[in-house]
Design a protein around this ligand. Structure first.
Ligand SMILES: *Cc1c(COP(=O)(O)O)cnc(C)c1O
Length: 410
Protein backbone atom coordinates (compact mmCIF):
# COMPACT_ATOMS: atom_id res chain seq x y z
CA UNK A 1 0.00 0.00 0.00
CA UNK A 2 1.38 3.43 -0.78
CA UNK A 3 1.19 6.36 1.57
CA UNK A 4 -1.61 8.04 -0.39
CA UNK A 5 -3.85 5.03 -0.02
CA UNK A 6 -3.06 4.87 3.69
CA UNK A 7 -3.91 8.55 4.10
CA UNK A 8 -7.16 7.90 2.32
CA UNK A 9 -7.95 5.21 4.91
CA UNK A 10 -7.12 7.72 7.66
CA UNK A 11 -9.53 10.29 6.21
CA UNK A 12 -12.32 7.74 6.11
CA UNK A 13 -11.53 6.25 9.51
CA UNK A 14 -14.62 6.57 11.74
CA UNK A 15 -12.31 6.75 14.79
CA UNK A 16 -10.06 9.48 13.43
CA UNK A 17 -11.27 12.24 15.77
CA UNK A 18 -10.10 10.35 18.85
CA UNK A 19 -6.53 11.20 18.00
CA UNK A 20 -7.31 14.83 18.86
CA UNK A 21 -7.61 13.86 22.52
CA UNK A 22 -3.90 13.12 22.57
CA UNK A 23 -0.76 15.19 22.41
CA UNK A 24 1.56 13.20 20.17
CA UNK A 25 4.83 14.57 18.78
CA UNK A 26 4.66 15.28 15.08
CA UNK A 27 6.43 13.04 12.63
CA UNK A 28 6.53 10.21 15.12
CA UNK A 29 5.22 6.73 14.44
CA UNK A 30 4.50 5.56 17.94
CA UNK A 31 3.86 1.82 17.90
CA UNK A 32 4.44 1.29 21.61
CA UNK A 33 1.16 2.39 23.20
CA UNK A 34 0.79 -1.19 24.43
CA UNK A 35 3.72 -0.51 26.74
CA UNK A 36 3.27 3.15 27.62
CA UNK A 37 0.28 5.03 26.25
CA UNK A 38 0.66 8.62 25.03
CA UNK A 39 -0.31 11.76 26.95
CA UNK A 40 -3.93 12.90 26.74
CA UNK A 41 -4.37 16.64 26.25
CA UNK A 42 -6.42 17.01 29.41
CA UNK A 43 -3.83 15.49 31.72
CA UNK A 44 -1.42 18.36 32.38
CA UNK A 45 -4.23 20.77 33.15
CA UNK A 46 -5.99 18.31 35.45
CA UNK A 47 -2.84 17.57 37.39
CA UNK A 48 -2.01 21.27 37.60
CA UNK A 49 -5.49 22.00 38.87
CA UNK A 50 -5.31 19.31 41.56
CA UNK A 51 -2.05 20.82 42.72
CA UNK A 52 -3.06 24.49 42.54
CA UNK A 53 -6.73 24.38 43.51
CA UNK A 54 -6.83 21.39 45.79
CA UNK A 55 -3.52 20.39 47.36
CA UNK A 56 -2.14 23.94 47.66
CA UNK A 57 -5.35 25.61 48.77
CA UNK A 58 -7.33 23.07 50.70
CA UNK A 59 -4.45 20.89 51.80
CA UNK A 60 -5.50 17.93 53.91
CA UNK A 61 -9.15 19.02 53.79
CA UNK A 62 -9.08 17.93 50.15
CA UNK A 63 -9.48 14.29 51.15
CA UNK A 64 -13.11 15.18 51.97
CA UNK A 65 -13.72 18.40 50.07
CA UNK A 66 -12.43 17.12 46.73
CA UNK A 67 -13.29 13.48 47.43
CA UNK A 68 -9.71 12.34 47.05
CA UNK A 69 -10.58 9.50 49.36
CA UNK A 70 -13.12 8.05 46.90
CA UNK A 71 -10.90 8.30 43.83
CA UNK A 72 -9.95 4.59 43.63
CA UNK A 73 -13.54 3.35 43.31
CA UNK A 74 -14.73 6.39 41.34
CA UNK A 75 -12.02 5.72 38.76
CA UNK A 76 -12.63 1.98 39.05
CA UNK A 77 -16.18 2.69 37.91
CA UNK A 78 -14.82 4.41 34.81
CA UNK A 79 -12.68 1.37 33.96
CA UNK A 80 -15.50 -1.12 34.62
CA UNK A 81 -17.40 -0.59 31.33
CA UNK A 82 -14.16 -0.95 29.35
CA UNK A 83 -13.68 -4.47 30.73
CA UNK A 84 -17.32 -5.53 30.86
CA UNK A 85 -17.59 -5.29 34.63
CA UNK A 86 -20.55 -4.16 36.72
CA UNK A 87 -20.49 -0.96 38.76
CA UNK A 88 -18.62 -1.13 42.07
CA UNK A 89 -16.57 -4.19 41.19
CA UNK A 90 -13.27 -2.47 40.32
CA UNK A 91 -10.86 -0.46 42.42
CA UNK A 92 -7.66 1.25 41.39
CA UNK A 93 -4.67 0.71 43.62
CA UNK A 94 -1.08 -0.47 43.78
CA UNK A 95 0.84 -1.93 40.88
CA UNK A 96 -0.35 -4.76 38.70
CA UNK A 97 2.35 -7.00 40.21
CA UNK A 98 0.96 -6.41 43.68
CA UNK A 99 -2.55 -7.05 42.47
CA UNK A 100 -1.41 -10.50 41.32
CA UNK A 101 -0.69 -11.32 44.96
CA UNK A 102 -3.94 -9.79 46.15
CA UNK A 103 -6.02 -11.83 43.70
CA UNK A 104 -4.01 -15.03 44.07
CA UNK A 105 -4.04 -15.04 47.86
CA UNK A 106 -7.78 -14.41 47.91
CA UNK A 107 -8.31 -17.22 45.39
CA UNK A 108 -6.22 -19.66 47.46
CA UNK A 109 -8.17 -18.76 50.58
CA UNK A 110 -11.35 -19.72 48.77
CA UNK A 111 -10.04 -23.24 48.06
CA UNK A 112 -8.10 -24.15 51.22
CA UNK A 113 -8.14 -27.87 50.42
CA UNK A 114 -6.37 -27.38 47.07
CA UNK A 115 -2.72 -26.45 46.63
CA UNK A 116 -1.94 -26.24 42.90
CA UNK A 117 -1.80 -22.94 41.04
CA UNK A 118 -1.94 -23.37 37.28
CA UNK A 119 -0.32 -20.91 34.89
CA UNK A 120 1.62 -21.02 31.63
CA UNK A 121 5.14 -20.53 30.38
CA UNK A 122 4.05 -17.57 28.25
CA UNK A 123 2.99 -15.60 31.30
CA UNK A 124 4.75 -12.37 32.16
CA UNK A 125 7.71 -13.04 34.48
CA UNK A 126 6.59 -10.55 37.13
CA UNK A 127 3.27 -12.39 37.48
CA UNK A 128 5.10 -15.70 37.91
CA UNK A 129 7.64 -14.21 40.29
CA UNK A 130 4.94 -12.74 42.49
CA UNK A 131 3.24 -16.15 42.61
CA UNK A 132 6.56 -17.83 43.46
CA UNK A 133 7.13 -15.30 46.21
CA UNK A 134 3.77 -15.96 47.79
CA UNK A 135 4.29 -19.74 47.56
CA UNK A 136 7.67 -19.45 49.29
CA UNK A 137 5.97 -17.65 52.14
CA UNK A 138 3.08 -20.10 52.35
CA UNK A 139 5.48 -23.02 52.18
CA UNK A 140 4.67 -26.58 51.18
CA UNK A 141 2.46 -28.07 49.82
CA UNK A 142 1.69 -25.10 47.52
CA UNK A 143 3.04 -25.46 43.99
CA UNK A 144 2.96 -23.43 40.82
CA UNK A 145 2.35 -25.69 37.86
CA UNK A 146 3.49 -24.17 34.57
CA UNK A 147 2.40 -25.70 31.28
CA UNK A 148 2.60 -24.55 27.68
CA UNK A 149 -0.14 -22.06 26.80
CA UNK A 150 -1.80 -24.56 24.45
CA UNK A 151 -1.93 -27.16 27.21
CA UNK A 152 -3.81 -25.06 29.75
CA UNK A 153 -7.29 -26.37 29.04
CA UNK A 154 -6.31 -30.02 29.32
CA UNK A 155 -4.38 -29.35 32.54
CA UNK A 156 -7.34 -28.03 34.50
CA UNK A 157 -8.54 -30.67 36.93
CA UNK A 158 -9.82 -30.98 40.46
CA UNK A 159 -6.39 -30.59 42.05
CA UNK A 160 -6.17 -27.00 40.80
CA UNK A 161 -7.09 -24.24 43.24
CA UNK A 162 -6.79 -21.40 40.77
CA UNK A 163 -5.89 -20.76 37.15
CA UNK A 164 -3.90 -17.53 36.82
CA UNK A 165 -3.29 -16.41 33.25
CA UNK A 166 -2.50 -13.35 31.22
CA UNK A 167 -5.20 -13.04 28.58
CA UNK A 168 -3.04 -11.57 25.80
CA UNK A 169 0.54 -12.82 25.72
CA UNK A 170 2.90 -9.89 26.23
CA UNK A 171 5.38 -11.31 23.78
CA UNK A 172 3.43 -12.88 20.92
CA UNK A 173 0.03 -11.25 21.32
CA UNK A 174 -1.62 -14.68 21.41
CA UNK A 175 -5.07 -14.56 23.04
CA UNK A 176 -6.19 -17.19 25.50
CA UNK A 177 -9.76 -18.37 25.04
CA UNK A 178 -11.16 -16.63 28.11
CA UNK A 179 -14.73 -17.98 27.84
CA UNK A 180 -13.67 -21.58 27.44
CA UNK A 181 -10.87 -21.54 30.03
CA UNK A 182 -13.01 -19.74 32.59
CA UNK A 183 -15.79 -22.25 32.07
CA UNK A 184 -13.41 -25.23 32.45
CA UNK A 185 -11.91 -23.61 35.55
CA UNK A 186 -15.31 -23.34 37.13
CA UNK A 187 -16.32 -26.86 36.10
CA UNK A 188 -13.28 -28.14 37.97
CA UNK A 189 -14.29 -26.09 41.01
CA UNK A 190 -11.29 -23.77 40.66
CA UNK A 191 -11.02 -19.98 40.73
CA UNK A 192 -10.18 -17.91 37.65
CA UNK A 193 -7.75 -15.00 37.76
CA UNK A 194 -7.12 -13.07 34.56
CA UNK A 195 -4.40 -10.53 33.96
CA UNK A 196 -5.70 -7.95 31.48
CA UNK A 197 -2.47 -5.97 31.03
CA UNK A 198 -2.61 -6.22 27.23
CA UNK A 199 -6.38 -6.53 26.97
CA UNK A 200 -7.98 -3.62 28.85
CA UNK A 201 -8.62 -0.94 26.25
CA UNK A 202 -7.40 -3.21 23.45
CA UNK A 203 -10.32 -5.54 22.88
CA UNK A 204 -13.88 -6.08 24.09
CA UNK A 205 -14.13 -7.95 27.39
CA UNK A 206 -17.11 -9.24 29.29
CA UNK A 207 -15.95 -10.26 32.75
CA UNK A 208 -19.47 -10.12 34.14
CA UNK A 209 -21.03 -12.46 31.59
CA UNK A 210 -18.16 -14.94 31.90
CA UNK A 211 -18.40 -14.95 35.72
CA UNK A 212 -14.65 -14.33 35.95
CA UNK A 213 -13.68 -14.40 39.63
CA UNK A 214 -10.75 -11.98 39.67
CA UNK A 215 -9.14 -9.75 37.09
CA UNK A 216 -6.21 -7.39 37.38
CA UNK A 217 -4.58 -4.98 35.00
CA UNK A 218 -2.55 -1.88 34.49
CA UNK A 219 -3.62 1.55 33.35
CA UNK A 220 -0.47 2.92 31.70
CA UNK A 221 -0.70 0.75 28.57
CA UNK A 222 -3.85 1.07 26.43
CA UNK A 223 -5.58 3.28 29.02
CA UNK A 224 -2.86 5.97 28.82
CA UNK A 225 -2.77 6.71 32.57
CA UNK A 226 0.89 7.72 32.50
CA UNK A 227 4.14 6.08 33.57
CA UNK A 228 3.54 3.99 36.68
CA UNK A 229 -0.14 4.91 36.95
CA UNK A 230 -1.85 2.62 39.46
CA UNK A 231 -3.21 -0.81 38.54
CA UNK A 232 -6.74 -2.11 39.00
CA UNK A 233 -8.40 -5.15 40.47
CA UNK A 234 -11.82 -6.59 39.71
CA UNK A 235 -13.66 -9.03 41.93
CA UNK A 236 -16.84 -10.88 40.97
CA UNK A 237 -19.66 -9.00 42.71
CA UNK A 238 -20.96 -11.93 44.77
CA UNK A 239 -17.46 -12.76 46.02
CA UNK A 240 -16.36 -9.31 47.10
CA UNK A 241 -17.67 -9.51 50.62
CA UNK A 242 -16.39 -13.08 51.06
CA UNK A 243 -12.72 -12.20 50.62
CA UNK A 244 -10.29 -11.68 53.44
CA UNK A 245 -7.54 -9.54 51.93
CA UNK A 246 -3.97 -10.70 52.50
CA UNK A 247 -2.74 -7.11 52.20
CA UNK A 248 -5.10 -5.78 54.82
CA UNK A 249 -4.10 -2.15 54.84
CA UNK A 250 -5.94 0.53 56.75
CA UNK A 251 -7.71 2.02 53.73
CA UNK A 252 -9.33 -1.32 53.03
CA UNK A 253 -10.57 -1.36 56.61
CA UNK A 254 -14.25 -0.89 57.34
CA UNK A 255 -13.55 2.22 59.42
CA UNK A 256 -10.02 3.44 58.77
CA UNK A 257 -10.48 6.42 61.05
CA UNK A 258 -11.69 4.49 64.04
CA UNK A 259 -8.11 3.15 64.29
CA UNK A 260 -9.17 -0.25 65.55
CA UNK A 261 -6.38 -2.60 66.52
CA UNK A 262 -8.11 -5.39 64.62
CA UNK A 263 -8.70 -5.46 60.92
CA UNK A 264 -12.28 -5.54 59.71
CA UNK A 265 -12.59 -5.49 55.91
CA UNK A 266 -14.63 -2.72 54.33
CA UNK A 267 -17.87 -3.71 52.66
CA UNK A 268 -17.51 -3.73 48.90
CA UNK A 269 -14.59 -3.52 46.52
CA UNK A 270 -12.88 -0.94 48.73
CA UNK A 271 -11.53 -3.83 50.80
CA UNK A 272 -9.09 -4.54 47.97
CA UNK A 273 -7.33 -1.25 48.64
CA UNK A 274 -4.22 -1.18 50.78
CA UNK A 275 -2.84 2.27 51.62
CA UNK A 276 -3.11 5.93 50.71
CA UNK A 277 -4.04 6.49 47.06
CA UNK A 278 -1.54 8.40 44.89
CA UNK A 279 -3.81 11.38 44.27
CA UNK A 280 -1.77 13.08 41.56
CA UNK A 281 -1.29 9.88 39.58
CA UNK A 282 -5.02 9.22 40.01
CA UNK A 283 -5.83 12.67 38.62
CA UNK A 284 -3.73 11.98 35.53
CA UNK A 285 -5.45 8.64 35.04
CA UNK A 286 -8.88 10.17 35.57
CA UNK A 287 -8.22 12.74 32.87
CA UNK A 288 -6.86 10.07 30.52
CA UNK A 289 -10.06 8.09 30.94
CA UNK A 290 -12.22 10.95 29.61
CA UNK A 291 -11.67 9.76 26.05
CA UNK A 292 -13.08 6.32 26.87
CA UNK A 293 -16.51 7.62 27.85
CA UNK A 294 -17.79 7.35 24.27
CA UNK A 295 -15.63 4.58 22.92
CA UNK A 296 -17.22 1.47 21.46
CA UNK A 297 -14.84 -1.42 22.16
CA UNK A 298 -16.07 -3.33 19.11
CA UNK A 299 -15.00 -0.43 16.94
CA UNK A 300 -11.62 -0.37 18.71
CA UNK A 301 -11.21 -4.07 17.98
CA UNK A 302 -12.21 -3.68 14.34
CA UNK A 303 -9.61 -1.01 13.73
CA UNK A 304 -7.01 -2.87 15.77
CA UNK A 305 -7.43 -5.89 13.50
CA UNK A 306 -7.27 -3.71 10.37
CA UNK A 307 -4.07 -1.99 11.52
CA UNK A 308 -2.43 -5.27 12.53
CA UNK A 309 -3.40 -7.06 9.33
CA UNK A 310 -2.09 -4.17 7.26
CA UNK A 311 1.17 -4.23 9.21
CA UNK A 312 1.70 -7.96 8.76
CA UNK A 313 0.86 -7.82 5.05
CA UNK A 314 3.18 -4.85 4.48
CA UNK A 315 6.09 -6.35 6.43
CA UNK A 316 5.80 -9.66 4.66
CA UNK A 317 5.45 -8.05 1.24
CA UNK A 318 8.34 -5.61 1.66
CA UNK A 319 10.69 -7.28 4.11
CA UNK A 320 10.08 -10.92 3.27
CA UNK A 321 13.59 -11.40 1.92
CA UNK A 322 15.23 -10.53 5.20
CA UNK A 323 15.72 -12.61 8.28
CA UNK A 324 12.47 -11.79 10.06
CA UNK A 325 9.59 -14.07 10.87
CA UNK A 326 6.08 -13.56 12.25
CA UNK A 327 5.89 -14.72 15.85
CA UNK A 328 2.29 -13.65 16.51
CA UNK A 329 -0.61 -15.86 15.47
CA UNK A 330 -1.49 -15.21 11.85
CA UNK A 331 -5.19 -15.60 12.53
CA UNK A 332 -6.48 -12.20 13.69
CA UNK A 333 -9.04 -13.69 16.09
CA UNK A 334 -6.15 -15.30 17.98
CA UNK A 335 -4.16 -12.07 18.33
CA UNK A 336 -4.44 -9.05 20.62
CA UNK A 337 -3.49 -5.54 19.56
CA UNK A 338 0.23 -6.03 19.07
CA UNK A 339 2.21 -7.91 16.47
CA UNK A 340 5.63 -9.44 16.99
CA UNK A 341 8.30 -10.54 14.61
CA UNK A 342 11.40 -12.54 15.43
CA UNK A 343 14.70 -11.24 14.10
CA UNK A 344 18.21 -12.23 15.06
CA UNK A 345 19.25 -8.58 15.00
CA UNK A 346 15.92 -7.41 16.40
CA UNK A 347 17.36 -5.13 19.04
CA UNK A 348 19.65 -3.25 16.67
CA UNK A 349 16.89 -3.00 14.07
CA UNK A 350 14.51 -1.41 16.56
CA UNK A 351 17.19 1.03 17.69
CA UNK A 352 17.73 2.04 14.09
CA UNK A 353 13.96 2.42 13.65
CA UNK A 354 13.75 4.59 16.77
CA UNK A 355 16.50 6.80 15.35
CA UNK A 356 14.12 7.33 12.41
CA UNK A 357 11.16 8.16 14.67
CA UNK A 358 9.44 4.79 14.70
CA UNK A 359 9.05 3.67 18.29
CA UNK A 360 8.33 0.08 19.23
CA UNK A 361 9.97 -2.28 21.69
CA UNK A 362 12.12 -5.34 22.06
CA UNK A 363 11.51 -8.42 24.16
CA UNK A 364 14.37 -10.82 24.78
CA UNK A 365 15.73 -12.86 23.18
CA UNK A 366 14.85 -11.70 19.65
CA UNK A 367 11.33 -10.28 19.53
CA UNK A 368 10.40 -7.01 17.85
CA UNK A 369 7.02 -5.93 19.20
CA UNK A 370 4.73 -3.38 17.52
CA UNK A 371 1.62 -2.12 19.32
CA UNK A 372 -1.47 -0.74 17.60
CA UNK A 373 -3.62 1.61 19.62
CA UNK A 374 -6.72 2.36 17.54
CA UNK A 375 -7.55 5.60 19.35
CA UNK A 376 -4.48 7.24 17.88
CA UNK A 377 -2.56 4.92 15.53
CA UNK A 378 -3.15 5.86 11.88
CA UNK A 379 -3.01 3.61 8.83
CA UNK A 380 -0.35 5.95 7.48
CA UNK A 381 1.74 5.31 10.62
CA UNK A 382 1.75 1.63 9.72
CA UNK A 383 2.78 2.23 6.13
CA UNK A 384 5.50 4.74 7.05
CA UNK A 385 6.86 2.44 9.78
CA UNK A 386 7.15 -0.50 7.40
CA UNK A 387 8.74 1.66 4.71
CA UNK A 388 11.40 2.70 7.21
CA UNK A 389 11.86 -0.84 8.44
CA UNK A 390 12.38 -1.94 4.86
CA UNK A 391 14.98 0.78 4.26
CA UNK A 392 16.84 -0.18 7.44
CA UNK A 393 16.96 -3.85 6.46
CA UNK A 394 17.86 -3.19 2.83
CA UNK A 395 20.71 -0.85 3.65
CA UNK A 396 21.70 -2.59 6.88
CA UNK A 397 21.36 0.71 8.72
CA UNK A 398 20.95 -1.32 11.92
CA UNK A 399 24.52 -2.62 11.60
CA UNK A 400 26.20 -0.13 13.92
CA UNK A 401 27.91 -0.77 17.21
CA UNK A 402 25.85 1.89 19.02
CA UNK A 403 22.59 0.09 18.12
CA UNK A 404 23.78 -3.22 19.51
CA UNK A 405 24.52 -1.87 22.99
CA UNK A 406 21.50 -2.92 25.03
CA UNK A 407 20.11 -0.21 27.35
CA UNK A 408 18.53 -0.85 30.76
CA UNK A 409 14.92 -0.54 29.64
CA UNK A 410 14.05 -2.20 26.35
C1 LIG B 1 2.99 -4.73 31.87
C2 LIG B 1 2.74 -5.98 32.61
C3 LIG B 1 3.01 -6.06 33.99
C4 LIG B 1 3.66 -4.93 34.73
O1 LIG B 1 3.39 -4.96 36.09
P1 LIG B 1 3.65 -3.66 36.99
O2 LIG B 1 3.48 -4.14 38.35
O3 LIG B 1 2.64 -2.63 36.56
O4 LIG B 1 5.02 -3.18 36.70
C5 LIG B 1 2.68 -7.23 34.65
N1 LIG B 1 2.12 -8.27 33.99
C6 LIG B 1 1.87 -8.22 32.67
C7 LIG B 1 1.24 -9.39 31.98
C8 LIG B 1 2.19 -7.09 31.94
O5 LIG B 1 1.98 -7.04 30.63
Amino acid sequence: MDIWEAQHLDINDPMKEYRDYFDIPENLQYLDGNSLGVVSRGVAQRVESVIQHQWKKDLIGSWNKHQWIDAPERIGNRIAPIIGAAKDTVTVSDTLSLNVVKALSAALNMRPERTVILSDTGNFPSDLHMMQGLIRTLGKPYVLKLVKPEDIETSIDETIATVVLTHVDYRSGRIHDMPSITQKTHQAGAISVWDLAHSAGALPLDLGALCVDFAIGCTYKYLNGGPGSPGFIYVRPDLINEIWPLLSGWLGHDKPFSFDLDYIPATGIRRMRVGTPPVIAMAALDAALDVWDNVDMRQVRKKSVELSELFIAEVEAKCGNYDIELLSPRESTMRGSHVSFRAQQGYAILRALAAENVVSDFRAPNVMRFGFTPLYTRFSDVVIAVEKLYGILRERRWDRQEYKQVSGVT
